[in-house]
Design a protein around this ligand. Structure first.
Ligand SMILES: Nc1ncnc2c1ncn2[C@@H]1O[C@H](COP(=O)(O)OP(=O)(O)OP(=O)(O)O)[C@@H](O)[C@H]1O
Length: 581
């Protein structure tokens, strides 16, 4: 049972065991609610014995008091046990689920994120895991418990009198068959509802992120109109879903209630024909008032259980993704990066890099240049194994990067991208991400070298100033300098600079380039820049155009060969002379 539940709901081994325990605990609680009924039957048997001419049980006052106390204690213990078995275990499992998914996401290749909507992923990790908490503490164990207790009590009633038992229990499979029949429709509606809700939440997020551009382009009316449309569609889909859900729940509950009527009808006929005694009749009448209670409660939650299955499917999709693996203690013979006939595509059949071969030697600066969309950033990221290749191989110091564990590989890289990511913490902590054991002095030295100290000293709390979400209180150039400071602090043997100085003015760019020159000594540097003067002093230039290496050589060789590089240098020289006439 535990293994089956583990597989069905994508649980850990412990989670499967805990859910089984929770279901047993709910079964016991449901049986506990029947106990007072047996006391009532005993009492009735005794009180009615003179009328019915039976012997009666004669428990006496103390006997009834003793049994009442015993039943109360049992009910309390069953409830207490259910609380522990459901709540505590479910919170632990959902915490493990979240951590497990986050761990998995850490190891999945980035290609997966290109295919999945980010808010969809966030909803799966946060929303679906939170939903699982309620599902494991309520919906699922209560449903299983109601099933199990109904079967146990039903079998006892069938043994007592199979005719009465059947008249009472036939409705249970009928109600569940009805629910199972409607399930495909509910599943379809729920998928659609999720799509609409995601579209609405994407719309809201986009609106917040792009509010400046929307206003600047006078698009407010149009944009809000489209957003309103998305919200209205989400609302109407949710209402549709609720209506169908309501119909499912009430019709299943009505079917169950018919069971009460058939029990009374069958019981009255059998009693009138003297085929059953009054006490068994009474037992069935009382049972009919209690047996459907837990099931009716569960039918309310049945669509939630269906929804749980859909969410489990989404989680399983993440869990079953292939992760990037590799050895952690790779030996590198130096840090030359070699691209050997590399082919890569983000989407099948649309190659971004084709047969790319070049070498970025240790101790040299290799610049990747070329027209926009040529594949420069892709190539640089492939060296750090952000994705796996379709063809060829990339080696670092002779080691094929596809055989190296991605996290241990990245320890060799200091990376500065144009789209800097900063965290909502202090300047000090943001730089220290480069090397978490760095002292305050080392952080400050890195900040100084990256020309950050001027603006940091102007901030109200200096290095301890909180910089807001993604460094919102800083300018583009300041954010970029922080990220350079982070890379300087990490001091890794390979440096990737992707438009690292693009947001800096000329004065700051040359200062930061001075800092970078200190950093790059004896390192392997791969630099991507659109400004040709940024790469003019590189040791080697690789021109990527349409995913192919169009030319490579020293800046001088390329300039003299009169190809794409020269054309780009000449264009930029001309554009610098350009003024508004
Ligand atoms: N994550 C991604 N998913 C799908 N396609 C992508 C992704 N990143 C880049 N591309 C596509 O791959 C091609 C190469 O992009 P890349 O960013 O490597 O070029 P680039 O030479 O660095 O361009 P730029 O100079 O404009 O930054 C482009 O057509 C781009 O649209």
């Amino acid at each position: 049972m535990s293994k089956y539940l583990q597989k069905l709901f994508a649980l850990s081994e412990q989670g499967g065991k805990d859910l089984t325990k929770a279901a047993i605990a709910c079964t016991l609680t449901n049986i506990g609610f029947i106990l007072p009924m047996s006391l009532f039957v005993l009492l009735m048997d005794q009180l009615l014995s003179p009328v019915l001419g039976t012997a009666g049980h004669g428990l006496g006052l103390w006997g009834y008091a003793g049994l009442s106390i015993l039943f109360l204690i049992l009910i309390f213990l069953f409830e207490y046990n259910q609380y522990n078995a459901t709540f505590l275990a479910s919170y632990e499992e959902s915490a493990n689920m979240r951590i497990g998914l986050a761990e998995k996401l850490r190891k999945i290749p980035l290609s997966f994120f290109g295919k999945r909507d980010l808010s969809d992923l966030t909803t799966t990790i946060m929303g679906d895991c939170a939903w699982m908490e309620t599902a494991f503490s309520h919906f699922i164990p209560e449903l299983l418990g109601a099933f199990a207790s109904t079967i146990l009590i039903g079998v006892s009633l069938l043994i007592l009198d199979w005719r009465m038992g059947l008249s009472m229990l036939w409705v249970v499979p009928a109600a569940f068959l009805l629910s199972a029949g409607i399930r495909p429709l509910i599943d379809r509606l729920e998928r659609k509802q999720r799509e609409k809700l995601l579209a609405a939440s994407d719309g809201i997020q986009e609106c917040i992120e792009t509010i400046q551009d929307i206003k600047a382009n006078n698009q407010r009316e149009d944009y809000l109109g489209r957003l309103g449309q998305k919200l209205a569609e989400a609302e109407s889909q949710t209402i549709k879903m609720e209506v169908i859900n309501g119909i499912l729940v009430t019709s299943s509950q009505m079917v169950l209630k018919i069971g009460m009527a058939t029990t009374v009808l069958c019981g009255s006929i059998l009693l009138a024909q003297k085929q059953i005694g009054f006490m068994p009749f009474l037992i069935f009448m009382i049972a009919a008032t209690r047996i459907y209670g837990p099931l009716i409660g569960c039918l309310n939650n049945l669509s939630a259980v269906f929804s749980t299955m859909l969410r489990v499917e989404r989680m399983r999709e993440i869990e079953e993704q292939k992760v990037q693996t590799g050895v952690e203690d790779t030996h590198y013979e130096g840090y030359d990066i070699t691209f050997d006939h590399v082919g890569f595509s983000y989407h099948k059949g649309e190659p971004v890099l084709r047969d790319v071969s070049f070498r970025a030697a240790q101790g040299q600066v290799t610049a990747l240049v070329g027209p926009s969309g040529g594949g420069k950033s892709t190539a640089a990221r492939l060296a750090a194994r952000f994705w796996d290749l379709d063809q060829g191989r990339i080696t670092i110091g002779g080691a094929d990067v596809s055989t190296v564990d991605p996290e241990s590989l990245l320890k060799n890289f200091s990376v500065v991208f144009q789209d800097v990511v900063l965290f909502n913490s202090s300047i000090m902590e943001n730089i220290r991400i480069g090397r978490k054991d760095a002292t305050d002095q080392e952080v400050m030295a890195a900040a100084e070298a990256a020309r950050c100290s001027d603006f940091i000293n102007r901030l109200p709390n200096g290095y301890h100033t909180k910089i807001g979400e993604n460094g919102s209180v800083l300018s583009g150039g300041e954010r970029q300098r922080l990220s350079i400071a982070r890379a300087l602090l990490k001091d890794a043997p390979i440096i990737l600079l992707d438009e690292a100085t693009a947001s800096l003015d000329v004065e700051n760019e040359s200062m930061v380039q001075g800092a970078i020159s200190n950093l790059v000594r004896n390192k392997t540097v791969l630099i991507i820049a659109h400004r040709m003067r940024t790469v003019a002093k590189a040791d080697r230039i690789v021109v990527l155009k349409d995913g192919l290496v169009a030319e490579q050589g020293s800046p001088r060789e390329l300039y003299e060969s009169n190809g794409i590089y020269r054309h780009m240098v000449d264009l930029q020289t001309q554009s610098q002379k350009w003024t508004l006439s």
